[in-house]
Each structure stands twice: as C-alpha cells, then as structure tokens.
Design a protein around this ligand. Structure first.
Ligand code: AP5
Ligand code: MG
Length: 187
C-alpha cells in the first residue's frame, strides 16, 4: 500500500518546505490545501471566492468548501504516495480523511509533527516576503490561535492511533528533512 503522510505543524513551521523535499526526493504527490485555495482565488473560481475572507482573517474555511476538493484529489492519486500539507486541520477533517482514504483502500501511514515555537513562526513568516494576504502580524496571530485551538488536538488524535512522529522543526531545513525522511520511511 502506498504511503499517506500527514504533515502537522503551526503556520510557518515548514510544512510546505518539507513536503516539497519529500516530492523531489521520494516521489510523493503533494496535496497542500492552502496552495489549492490560493490557486482557486487567483483563478476566481467559486471555491476561491468562498475561501477568500476566511483566509484573510486567518480562520479555517468551512469543511464543505474544502472536503470535496481533498476527496477528489485523493481519488485521483491512485496508488501514488501522498503527502498532505495543511490537511486535516480539525478532528472532523481527520475523520473525513480516514473515510476518504478507506474508500481508496489506503490509510494514514504516519502523522509527522513539525514542532516549532510560536516566536520562531512569527519571525519566519515576517521574513518570508511572498506577499501572502494572510502574512500580516494580526492575521499570523489569529492563524496561531486557530492552530492551537482547532488543529493541535490532532497531535493526541494521531498519537492515540500510534501514528505520531515528532520532528524538531527549529533546526535548519536539511536537518529537519533528515528526521522527516526517517519518519516517512519508518513502518
Ligand atoms: P496554509 O497555506 O496551509 O498556511 P499555514 O498552515 O499557515 O502554513 P504556511 O504555508 O504559512 O507555512 P508552512 O508550514 O507551509 O511553512 P513554509 O514551508 O512555507 O493555509 C492558509 C489558509 O488556508 C489557512 O489559514 C486557512 O484559512 C486555509 N486552509 C488551508 N487548509 C485548510 C483546511 N484544511 N481547512 C480549512 N482551511 C484551510 O515555511 C515558512 C517560512 O519559513 C518560509 O519562508 C520558509 O522558507 C522558511 N523555513 C521553512 N523551514 C525552515 C527552517 N527549518 N528554518 C528556517 N526557515 C525555514
Ligand atoms: Mg504552506
């Protein structure tokens, strides 16, 4: 069965950076919900229009907006290995993911937590300079609050299922990747 990895971690922890490395190095197909939503906004699709205000406030877009998109992408992945970046972000999404994967005959093989303290997050995001509309200080604070309130409970969720792997995300990107790769290959 092909691997399905979940990358967990606060905003700016390096989920996108590490997912790209897994793609280049081990051939993982990347499924990044934030990137999908930003593309939808740039194209002005109905999905993008519905997501815009939530994203700019740093809040989660409603599940009905995101779940269909993710389930379609999973169905299209066939038996390729997948790395999920930014999904699931709540217990309801984690349950929906489990159901969608089961329909494809697969399941989550590991949830890798990229652990980074809040101060480092704020510093990194303010230095990113990609012009993201949610990278201003007020929205970053709200994104961190939403992470701690809604997404962090998934650490216990996956730990209870024996799937959690912790990585120290405050190291340099290469050192983080070394731990991510090891966690990805561990069965
Ligand atoms: P999303 O796009 O997922 O944003 P996020 O979780 O806030 O995370 P970021 O993309 O900002 O950071 P990252 O962890 O990918 O780090 P990166 O590698 O870029 O979501 C955006 C919004 O979309 C949400 O707020 C929500 O509204 C909506 N959304 C998305 N998914 C959703 C869902 N499932 N349900 C509902 N709503 C959803 O790194 C950050 C910076 O640090 C970069 O400059 C990078 O170069 C640098 N860096 C990376 N690693 C290191 C390192 N080890 N050392 C030093 N610098 C590093
Ligand atoms: Mg990202």
């Amino acid at each position: 069965m092909a691997s399905t990895l979940v990358l967990l971690g606060p905003p700016g922890s390096g989920k996108g950076t590490q997912a790209a490395r897994l793609g280049e190095d081990l051939g993982f197909r990347q499924l990044a919900t934030g990137d999908l939503l930003r593309e939808a906004r740039a194209q002005g699709t109905q999905l993008g229009v519905r997501a815009a205000d939530y994203m700019d406030r740093g809040e989660l877009v409603p599940d009905d907006v995101i779940l269909e998109t993710v389930c379609d992408a999973i169905a299209r992945a066939d038996d390729e290995p997948i790395v999920l970046d930014g999904f699931p972000r709540s217990e309801a999404q984690a349950d929906a993911l489990a159901g969608a994967l089961e329909r494809q005959g697969r399941d989550v093989t590991a949830a890798i937590l990229i652990d980074v303290p809040d101060e480092v997050v704020v510093e990194r995001i303010s230095g990113r300079g990609q012009g993201r509309s949610d990278d201003n200080p007020d929205t970053v604070r709200e994104r961190l609050r939403v992470y701690h309130d809604e997404t962090e409970p998934l650490v216990a969720y996956y730990d209870d299922r024996g799937l959690l792997r912790r990585v120290d995300g405050a190291q340099a990107p290469d050192a983080v990747y070394e731990q991510v790769r090891r966690s990805a290959e561990e069965r």
